[in-house]
Ligand binder design. Structure first.
Ligand SMILES: Cc1cc2nc3c(=O)[nH]c(=O)nc-3n(C[C@H](O)[C@H](O)[C@H](O)COP(=O)(O)OP(=O)(O)OC[C@H]3O[C@@H](n4cnc5c(N)ncnc54)[C@H](O)[C@@H]3O)c2cc1C
Length: 539
């Protein structure tokens, strides 16, 4: 046992999805006694849903700590993505992204399950709630079997039952409904759509609706259709997903204006499922006495799937919580859990909000296509402006830097008459072009900053630092250098003041300062624009 907080304590995890199993693995690696209660019959139970792409900074980081990153890369694959329109025309084809492998849900479960000690998962145990007896939790199952634990981690997904035992807060309806279809043999059963996508996934987002196709590694396909309806409509309409004909009729009507190729998908579907999209607010108010219980994954912050962030946030929860519980930073389990919950709200809430905004744009405003078009235009304009700004900044910085490197650092070697001549030549050559080049650089940098879409990111502040560092040398030039230049221009070797060397030294100091700030400007602004190591949230 490498930690003291969970020494001799029993931890129960409710739900053996990717987040619950990962949490169990991370705790078990630290010698913690942990049991996962899972409602599925056994490890071979069918898992519904498409593939999951595991992101580097969140999901992959956690799996690396769990010692499972190699298994993930061996058993997953990068998948391309095409974007099509309602006519079935492919608008965009993205190559597979090797850094974000797509893994089939059953494969991920197998990787995680096999990493656990035998007997860790209590299969066929659908938990109905939690009770508190003194300091101990009782995990309630329908067969009246008795399970107790000192710490409970709720990981039973977006329709969590166990969450209701620790908080009165209810999920919020988004009004968006998803119908999920399964196709056993994509290539054979849907040749026309397969010809369009091949092994790539496909997204069509238009007309306040979406169709997302996800290829699985076994040749099967899972697709999602989403649309939005009023709460009243959703209450009044209940789908019977075993009645394939009625679901087909609904989809055919919903997509009547779309290309018939999409209806090929519906016809080839072997089974349907469907559910309304809901969100759980991550900042939950727990009932008194449940300080040693917490939530992770979808049970903590189920979000809309527009962005593919759900499982990645959940894996980040698993890492953050287990680090708190098994590290040595906290004196009580309750403190470790409270700190995890604070961190979780801070990182999961903005992501949840971004996915909800994407959901709104797609299904509600009807302006999604227009929004996307405007966003694409802004991004393209921004790219041009960014590179133009870097180009003009480079020219400006190059003058300061080149002048210092080639000449100004050796001014003290020049005689007074040579210095006067050099000064006159420099002013004559540089005054006008530098006004144009530097002002253009500032204007382009300012426009780039104004157009940047993510004004909360650290890269935005890099760009701001870049422009400020360029303004400083320009101010130095105008406030100190130009008056000195004007003095020198009025001199001859005979009329120069006795303290002309003081002027020269001032000139030299300004040159050095200008070079330092100009180089900093170039570094900051280029980093702010190029954003090294930055991953976009795709929604
Ligand atoms: C349409 C759709 C598409 C998505 N696409 C993506 C995507 O591309 N990328 C991505 O990152 N995320 C995606 N997500 C989200 C992703 O599926 C979830 O974020 C992720 O599965 C959460 O993992 P989890 O372990 O918290 O919950 P789950 O995967 O839901 O696992 C919960 C587990 O708890 C078990 N369980 C449930 N109730 C009980 C009970 N009462 N007792 C015992 N066990 C119980 C379940 O059987 C299950 O094994 C998508 C979600 C949806 C709805």
């Amino acid at each position: 046992m490498q930690n003291s907080l969970l020494q001799d304590k029993k931890v129960a995890i409710i739900g053996g999805g990717p987040v619950g199993l990962t949490t169990a693995r991370l705790l078990q690696m630290k010698g913690v006694a942990v049991t996962v209660y899972e409602r599925d019959l056994n490890e071979q139970a069918r898992i519904s849903g498409g593939t999951l792409d595991i992101h580097k900074a969140t999901g992959q980081k956690t799996l690396a700590h769990a010692g499972l990153i190699d298994a993930l890369f061996e058993q997953s694959r990068p998948v391309g993505m095409c974007v099509a329109d309602v006519t079935g025309k492919v608008l965009l084809q993205m190559k597979p992204d090797k850094s974000k492998p797509e893994v089939d849900r059953p494969v991920l479960r197998k990787i995680l399950y096999n990493s656990l000690a035998p007997g860790t998962v209590a299969w066929n145990t659908p938990v109905t709630g939690l009770k508190k007896h003194g300091n101990v939790f009782q995990i309630v199952a329908p067969d009246d079997s008795v399970h107790v634990a000192d710490v409970v981690i709720i990981a039973d997904g977006g329709r969590s039952k166990a969450r209701q035992s620790i908080t009165d807060e209810l999920p919020e309806e988004t009004g968006t409904f998803v119908i999920q279809g399964e196709i056993a043999h994509f290539k054979q059963d849907c040749p026309v759509v397969f010809a369009l996508t091949g092994e790539s996934n496909l997204a069509c987002v238009q007309d306040r609706k979406t169709i997302f196709l996800q290829n699985r590694s076994d040749g099967s396909l899972c697709y999602y259709v989403s649309f939005r309806r009023s709460k009243q409509w959703l209450q009044e309409h209940s789908f019977d997903f075993s009645d394939k004909a009625s679901v087909l009729a609904f989809l055919d009507t919903l997509f009547a204006a779309w290309s018939p190729i999409y209806r090929e998908l519906f016809k080839a579907t072997s089974s349907f499922n469907g559910f309304p999209l809901r969100v759980f607010q991550p900042q939950l108010q727990k009932q008194h006495g449940f300080e040693n219980a917490t939530v992770v994954g979808d049970a903590a912050h189920v979000m809309t799937p527009f962005g593919g962030m759900g499982v990645n946030m959940g894996l980040k929860d698993a890492f953050t919580l287990t680090e708190n519980l098994t590290g040595h930073r906290f004196t009580t389990i309750a403190d470790a859990i409270a700190d995890y919950e604070r961190q979780m709200v801070a990182y999961a809430k903005p992501v949840q909000e971004a996915t909800s905004q994407a959901d709104d744009r797609i299904h509600h405003t009807a302006a999604h296509a227009l929004f996307n078009m405007k966003k694409r235009i802004t991004i393209n304009v921004l790219k041009v402006i960014n590179w133009a700004a870097i180009f003009f900044l480079m020219l400006t910085v190059g003058v300061f830097w080149g002048l210092y490197l080639s000449l100004s650092r050796s001014y003290q070697l020049l005689s007074l008459s040579v210095l006067i001549d050099v000064g006159k030549i420099l002013v004559a050559n540089l005054a006008m072009p530098m006004r144009f080049i530097a002002m253009t650089a500032i204007a382009l940098m300012g426009t780039s900053i104004y157009l940047q879409t993510d004004k909360k990111s650290k890269w935005f502040y890099f760009s701001i630092a870049g422009i400020l560092c360029l303004i400083i040398p320009l101010v130095l030039t105008v406030a100190i250098e130009v008056p000195v230049n004007n003095q020198i221009l009025s001199w001859t070797p005979l009329t120069a003041p006795a303290n002309w060397e003081t002027f020269r030294n001032k000139w030299q100091i300004v040159n050095v300062l200008r070079v330092i700030f100009a180089l900093m400007s170039f570094g900051f602004f280029t980093a702010g624009v190029v954003k090294p190591f930055h991953k976009e949230l795709v929604v």
